[in-house]
Design a protein around this ligand. Structure first.
Ligand code: AMP
Ligand code: ZN
Length: 468
């Protein structure tokens, strides 16, 4: 398997630090609002990387944080007149709902920055002790000049960057030794959340969060660190500086970055105001369509969002769903006999599409070509599986199609309609659960039915139900 590594600017053979295991850290969102579909791109892309690794047999430890202390969260809390924690808790819950609807698996661990402050104080202390950081009036900065490899990820000309930022130092607005030094800890301002530290009552800088959480949940050396390409500099560059100076070992072996989701060729972002939230899109499309749309492009290519592309994604996904449905029908109504010799030969041919799929994914996760292989299988199935085919043969083709789609996190099976008898049985079970004061189970049954389009009404004459 080859992956493109931002650090070396090359596609490299993927060799994990520990055979059979993969550790992945993906920088998560700052939670002060509903996520937009630009934020959804890294979630979908790296969830697909994870699923493919799992398909290959790796045990994947996948960690993705929520940044729950930040200027924007504090500003929103002041605007609403509520504690900052209320804002972050609310939008973490909303983000998790969006993730589920996009079929993004929950991370092995979703750490919260505010729960990891002691680890951050510890790492900052080590950096000060070793001369990599300094305290000025309660603000702690990282001393970038001390880390010789600073700049190795972003491949930037640091002297140009330094001179570009020098005016700040000259004007005395900044207390830093070097324009590229960055904040590890800053003192609180009036009304802000804060924690006690040896330097000041305050809060951590953004970059230190990820260094600490990656180390705590994955170890000092990790296989893959990922995020959007806007994070390469300064965020990931700074993470490398902090982690490597503290731990004395290389931080991440492979650095993966997704390109932007654009609108009219401009990055979709909150600050430009040119965004759609995932929630907006969910009102018009099943979010599987959004996932399919994202995966139709290579993750390192910019992707322009448009209604036309969403419509063609909807149609494309529908073609797979229809083919799967047809195969399922043939599994019930096809010939009840052994797989014939001719069918065996066709199955060999069908397996070729799975090999093509793997080949595409092995080449730096080329999901666009992987989807093309699924479409070849769809064409194959439409041409070579029919009601004269054996049920077993139809089943083998069906299983291949569902498995390949599943690796990309695409749900291509329509839920079968729930039968009246099953509904009645679940309602009876719910009544029994209520009687036994097992309200959790009773609610669970109601939610399960609701998810399948069945609405319950408690009336004086008992429970009535209807299809939505
Ligand atoms: P933020 O909440 O801005 O820190 O972003 C969370 C994640 O979304 C980061 O990995 C960003 O790089 C990524 N991201 C933000 N906007 C876009 C965009 N328009 N296209 C792709 N990725 C984005
Ligand atoms: Zn990060």
């Amino acid at each position: 398997m080859k992956v493109y590594n931002t650090l070396t600017k090359q596609k490299e053979e993927f060799v994990p630090l520990t055979p059979g295991e993969v550790s992945i850290y993906v920088c998560g969102p700052t939670v002060y609002n509903l996520i937009h579909i630009g934020n959804a791109r890294p979630m979908i892309v790296f969830d697909t990387v994870r699923r493919y690794m799992e398909h290959k047999g790796y045990e994947v430890n996948y960690v993705s944080n929520f940044t729950d202390v930040d200027d924007k969260i504090i500003a929103k809390a002041i605007e609403e007149g509520v504690p900052a924690e209320e804002i972050s808790t609310r939008y973490i819950a909303e983000c998790k709902k969006d993730m589920e609807a996009m079929n993004v698996k929950p991370a092995t661990t979703h750490p919260l920055a505010t729960q990891e402050i002691s680890g951050m104080i510890e790492m900052i202390s080590v950096l000060i002790e070793r001369g990599y950081a300094y305290n000025v009036n309660g603000t702690v900065y990282f001393r970038t000049r001390k880390f010789e490899e600073y700049g190795k990820l972003s491949h930037k000309n640091l002297d140009d960057l330094r001179s570009g930022n020098r005016t700040l130092l000259v004007s005395g607005e900044d207390q830093k030794e070097d324009p590229l030094d960055f904040v590890l800890w800053k003192p609180k301002k009036e009304g802000e959340p804060f924690w006690k530290s040896p330097w000041s009552d305050g809060r951590p800088g953004w970059h230190i969060e990820c260094s600490v959480m990656a180390k705590k949940y994955l170890g000092a050396e990790i296989d893959i660190h990922a995020g959007g390409e806007d994070l390469i500099f300064p965020h990931h560059e700074n993470e490398i500086a902090q982690s490597e100076c503290c731990n004395g070992v290389p931080f991440a072996k492979y650095w993966l970055h997704n390109a932007f989701l654009n609108i009219d060729n401009k990055k979709m972002s909150k600050s430009l105001g040119n965004f759609f939230t995932v929630r907006d899109i969910s009102k018009q499309y099943d979010l599987q369509v959004l996932r399919f749309f994202m995966l139709n492009a290579h993750y390192r290519s910019p992707l322009n969002f448009s209604r036309e592309l969403m419509e063609s994604s909807k149609n494309g996904l529908e073609r797979i769903v229809t083919a799967v449905g047809r195969l399922k029908d043939i599994m019930k109504e096809g010939a009840d006999r052994e797989v014939s010799g001719a069918e065996q030969a066709l199955l060999e041919e069908a397996r070729g599409f799975a090999a093509k799929f793997d080949e595409a994914m092995d080449d730096d996760f080329n999901t666009a070509d992987a989807i093309a292989a699924i479409f070849e299988l769809v064409r194959f199935a439409n041409a070579n599986v029919n009601t004269d085919s054996s049920r077993q043969y139809a089943k083998a083709v069906y299983e291949e199609m569902v498995q390949l789609s599943d690796i990309l996190g695409l749900t291509v099976e329509r839920e079968e309609e729930i039968l009246d008898g099953d509904i009645e049985r679940l309602i009876e079970e719910r009544q029994a659960a209520r009687k036994a004061k097992n309200f959790a189970r009773a609610d669970e049954i109601r939610d399960e039915l609701l998810a399948r389009g069945i609405i319950l009404k408690d009336t004086r004459e008992g429970v009535k139900w209807q299809r939505a």
